[in-house]
Write a protein that binds this ligand. Structure first.
Ligand SMILES: Cc1cc2nc3c(=O)[nH]c(=O)nc-3n(C[C@H](O)[C@H](O)[C@H](O)COP(=O)(O)OP(=O)(O)OC[C@H]3O[C@@H](n4cnc5c(N)ncnc54)[C@H](O)[C@@H]3O)c2cc1C
Length: 411
């Protein structure tokens, strides 16, 4: 019997997270083996073709604000021609008085200059975005086809090995290497370092090493609506994307007449059903009215023309889990991307690569990473005794007691 192949670096999971990390490692001259249980890349949540991306601009959650800004700049720099910059409008909350100067001042405190974010009165928003609401215009906001991005990142490369139809059931340390075992308890391969980017399944793989992660599924459905040329909705449709309670893409005029308009999404905590739900389309019809502030809109004119259903993986504190699993040396995690796969994958690629290659922390600092941000993403944040330490690129973590933070929405 031949012995299993050994690789210095193995990535488990060929969604946007695993593919982007792999691509960054290849660019840094490493040889990488990527493994997925599916027969091709982007088979799961990353089959999503309409993921929007913009820095978070709300109040509160200061680390989230800083991290999404850094991640946005990284994503924008990464995806080149497939980064679809159409701008994103974020309407102001209806229950709050909109004071433009105050909103602009807040945006500047987030280090978002005018080219990144500007407060608009309704009339200006109507001209630029096609929606008459006060709010913030993010001209560099974009959308990304995650499937295309994943496939691009895994284009053939002399140092890339892809193992499809290869499901990993557990990991076991043997000497200096990690063994990756399949469901028949056979060793599929061995590795010096393993990056687990298997979304929810990361929980099972971590559990096989006696590490408990607080991950949970959140099903989501995006609806594709078709709208007749002469329907009242046609005059209301946006020219840019809108992000608020839900989101939508710019409406697309169809060559045969009428419009296609993508609106999402549902946020079904604890659900994993991959099938289309009529109730989710109905929810999206209501979200469509809210996004356009079109209270009198007749939702029966939003005809269902397709959908995308995916299961997000989220951690309780809304942040992704990215970094070295310090209590299991040689293991790195990139999971819980929630509803921000486009942003967090770009950030994970830089952070994991720096940790795997043991780069100087100064390199990350150049991207605006401070030690507190690295600690905010680290798996160690869930384990007792490590929070106060605020480690930079690694800290020893006890795995005795997982701390499960309370569970706000992961949107
Ligand atoms: C409705 C909806 C709307 C969304 N909107 C946005 C948006 O607007 N903007 C945005 O940025 N993001 C959005 N997202 C989130 C985005 O789609 C996800 O964050 C992203 O796709 C997750 O990527 P991933 O690589 O972590 O996981 P996945 O794409 O799920 O990849 C995980 C991979 O691991 C493999 N795998 C699992 N277990 C094993 C195993 N044991 N062995 C081998 N391989 C394994 C799987 O086959 C899969 O290929 C949305 C998601 C949904 C559902």
């Amino acid at each position: 019997m031949t012995s299993p192949q050994h690789h210095d670096l193995v990535v488990i999971g060929a969604g946007i997270a695993g593919a982007t990390i792999t691509n960054e490692l290849l660019a840094r001259g490493q040889a990488v083996c990527i493994v997925d249980s599916a027969p091709f890349p982007a088979s799961a949540c990353s089959s999503h073709a309409h993921a929007i991306a913009h820095p978070h601009i709300g109040r509160g959650a200061p680390r989230l604000l800083r991290l999404t800004r850094i991640a946005f700049l990284m994503a924008e720099a990464r995806w080149g021609s497939i980064w679809n910059q159409h701008g994103i409008f974020q309407p102001a909350k209806k229950d709050r008085h909109f004071i433009r100067d105050e909103v602009n001042a807040h945006l500047r405190t987030l280090e978002l200059d005018e080219a990144m974010a500007q407060a608009l009165f309704a009339q200006e928003a109507k001209e630029i975005c096609g929606v008459a609401q006060d709010g913030v215009w993010l001209p560099r906001g974009a959308s990304l086809n995650l499937s295309e991005a994943t496939n691009n990142a895994l284009k053939p490369h002399p140092h890339l090995t892809c193992c499809w139809n290869t499901s990993i059931a557990r990991l076991e340390k043997k000497g200096a290497a990690w063994q990756l075992l399949n469901h028949q308890n056979e060793i599929s391969m061995t590795a010096g370092k393993v990056i687990i980017a298997a979304a929810l399944e990361t929980k099972t793989l971590a559990a096989s090493m006696d590490v408990k992660l607080p991950l949970r599924p959140v099903r989501g459905q995006l609806s594709i609506f078709s709208i007749g040329e002469n329907d009242a909705w046609a005059s209301q449709l946006p020219r840019t994307a809108i992000s608020g309670d839900g989101y939508c893409l710019p409406a697309k005029r169809l060559p045969e007449g009428g419009y296609e308009w993508i609106v999402g999404s549902s946020f079904d905590e604890g659900e994993t059903d991959p099938h289309d739900w009529a109730s989710s389309d109905d929810l999206n019809r209501e979200q469509a009215k809210g996004l356009l502030n079109y209270v009198q809109g007749d939702i029966s004119q939003l005809h269902g023309a397709g959908s995308f259903v995916g299961v997000r993986c989220v951690a309780g504190d809304r942040l992704p889990i990215v970094g070295a699993l310090t209590q299991r040396p040689g293991i790195y995690l990139a999971t819980a991307l929630g509803s921000r796969g486009a942003l967090w994958s770009a950030l994970a690629a830089k952070l994991i690569t720096a940790q795997v290659l043991e780069d100087d922390f100064a390199l990350l600092a150049r991207f605006g990473f401070a030690a507190d941000l690295v600690a905010a993403l680290a798996p160690a944040r869930f384990f007792a005794g490590t929070l106060a330490a605020a480690p930079a690129l690694g800290a020893l973590a006890s795995n005795s007691k997982p701390i499960l933070p309370s569970a706000p929405n992961a949107k």
